[in-house]
Design a protein around this ligand. Structure first.
Ligand SMILES: Cc1cc2nc3c(=O)[nH]c(=O)nc-3n(C[C@H](O)[C@H](O)[C@H](O)COP(=O)(O)OP(=O)(O)OC[C@H]3O[C@@H](n4cnc5c(N)ncnc54)[C@H](O)[C@@H]3O)c2cc1C
Length: 444
């Protein structure tokens, strides 16, 4: 084995990389910028065999494999070269640059966990979180586009679509079509399953009427997963998921929101007026929509945790060098003990949040229920990221307050982490319910 590792290192130094897959090794050349994720791609069979608890070796959740570290470096370089130069302009315009979206697709970043068979990158969920964290480090707004598309929309289709639907939708979502997840409505946010949008069965098709609020990616999306109730008497058990094409004449964007943060990510109000949807376009079973929403959002919450730790790291990346350049009282401000205690405290909290995110991600990859862990990850990462984004501004003094320095955007972008995919209170409610269930106190 030592000999093999030595060979690995020698080949890596010579520009050729030897990957380990279980007990097999594979030679590959370094990745090209066009096919960013090609070296990390796995087939459907290898994805399925790895999502088995018996294959998992317990270990530190923040100990990343060679592949995971290489993926992180690759996405970091991509984010710095392709996204960073456009961050300020996208924030000011309130839109994601089309070229950035096209590069996300061409580099496999929009089909992260989609199996290679459907044109995706076949990554693990943990690897998807690494990608989201690294993009958020540069721009949390682009990260949420990538996150919602991958961890929520693609996940729902990957898990619930029939094979012929996967061929049609997953292939599109992995290669050129942005997705939106449409659950929230004007009167149903935290109480999402009180939704009022209705789908009426007309024999060979359904007709949807109603509206949705706060829909991310709506301006860019070609596919919309829409939750509507086909049988209101059954309450949440009537909720069904439909996949609508953006060209559906019954679907329109009523308003694009003007927001505090993540401004480049579109957030829109949608209206459905007699939107005709074929029965072929029902995702999963009729009445199973609430289950699809809950399960997709559990993974989505870990993705938001990854966005939040990436954001906090991005703010730290700016402040730390500054603290060692700026001098006051004849000394670098980073050498004052009062300042050291503050950045050390931030680092501890960031590591704790990162551990919660990757623990939840690795549990998800192992096929273990992550309901509570997803809530831990999202809740705590949002808290920590807000404290760090704010602290970094304090530590930069006046420079922290100006746009040019870059910190104020993280401070604006961070607030959404407490709101979408379940507010802080909703995460705490989930954790409390799980605690009661685990100890048997759920039975009154
Ligand atoms: C930028 C942005 C993007 C979004 N993207 C999407 C998207 O792509 N798809 C989608 O479907 N939705 C999306 N949302 C909607 C988001 O998920 C909701 O805003 C969120 O779930 C909160 O719902 P609400 O805004 O109606 O707040 P409300 O539910 O009205 O909550 C208001 C306050 O009451 C508290 N509260 C509510 N109920 C309870 C309770 N039982 N116990 C304690 N406190 C409670 C909340 O914690 C919150 O503090 C997005 C929202 C925003 C702002």
């Amino acid at each position: 084995m030592n000999q093999l590792l030595k060979t690995c290192r020698r080949l890596a130094n010579s520009g050729i990389i030897l990957d380990r897959y279980g007990n097999n090794f594979r030679l590959r050349t370094p990745f090209s910028s066009e096919k960013l994720l090609l070296p990390f791609r796995r087939t459907l069979a290898s994805v399925e065999s790895s999502t088995n608890v018996s294959n998992i070796q317990p270990g530190p959740c923040l100990l990343f494999s060679e592949d995971e570290n290489m993926l992180r470096d690759t996405v970091r370089k991509f984010s710095q070269s392709s996204i960073a130069p456009k961050v300020r302009e996208m924030d000011e315009k309130g839109e994601t640059d089309k070229e950035v979206i096209s590069q996300l697709f061409s580099n496999g970043l929009m089909g992260l966990e989609v199996p290679v068979e459907y044109g995706g990158s076949g990554l693990t969920f943990t690897q998807a979180c690494i990608v989201i964290e690294e993009i958020a480090r540069v721009d949390p707004a682009v990260a949420v586009l990538v996150d919602v598309h991958n961890t929520v929309v693609n996940t729902a289709v990957r898990k619930w679509a029939r094979p012929e639907q996967k061929k049609k939708w997953l292939t599109a979502l992995a290669t050129d079509t942005v997705g939106s997840f449409c659950l929230s409505e004007a009167s149903s946010g935290s109480d999402a399953f009180a939704l009022k949008t209705r789908a009426v069965d007309k024999g060979d098709h359904f007709v949807i009427n109603g509206g949705k609020l706060w829909i991310s990616n709506a301006m860019e999306a070609g596919l919309f997963i829409v939750f509507a109730n086909v049988n209101p008497e059954k309450g949440h058990k009537g909720i069904t998921a439909f996949v609508l094409d953006s060209k559906n004449p019954g679907l329109s964007i009523a308003k694009k929101e003007d927001k505090l943060g993540i401004r480049a990510s579109s957030t829109c109000e949608l209206v459905f007026q007699d939107a005709k949807v074929s029965k072929e376009d029902v995702l999963g079973e009729i009445g199973n929509g609430y289950k699809i929403a809950i399960e997709s959002l559990n993974e989505g919450r870990i993705g938001i945790g990854a966005q939040m730790i990436g954001l906090a790291q991005g703010a730290m990346d700016i402040i730390f060098p500054y603290l060692h350049e700026r001098k006051q009282f004849g000394s670098r401000i980073g050498d004052f003990q009062g300042v050291q205690f503050q950045y050390a405290q931030a680092r501890v909290e960031l590591e704790a949040a990162r551990a919660l995110v990757y623990n939840a991600a690795r549990m998800n990859d192992a096929g273990i229920s992550i309901r509570k862990e997803a809530a831990f990850a999202k809740y705590y990462s949002a808290q920590v990221a807000e404290r760090i984004a704010s602290k970094c501004i304090d530590l930069a003094g006046g420079m922290g307050f100006v746009k040019e320095f870059g910190l104020e955007k993280y401070y604006r972008d961070v607030k959404i982490g407490h709101i979408y995919e379940g507010t802080d209170n909703i995460q705490l409610q989930t954790i409390a319910k799980e605690m009661q269930r685990e100890s048997g106190f759920d039975k009154k």
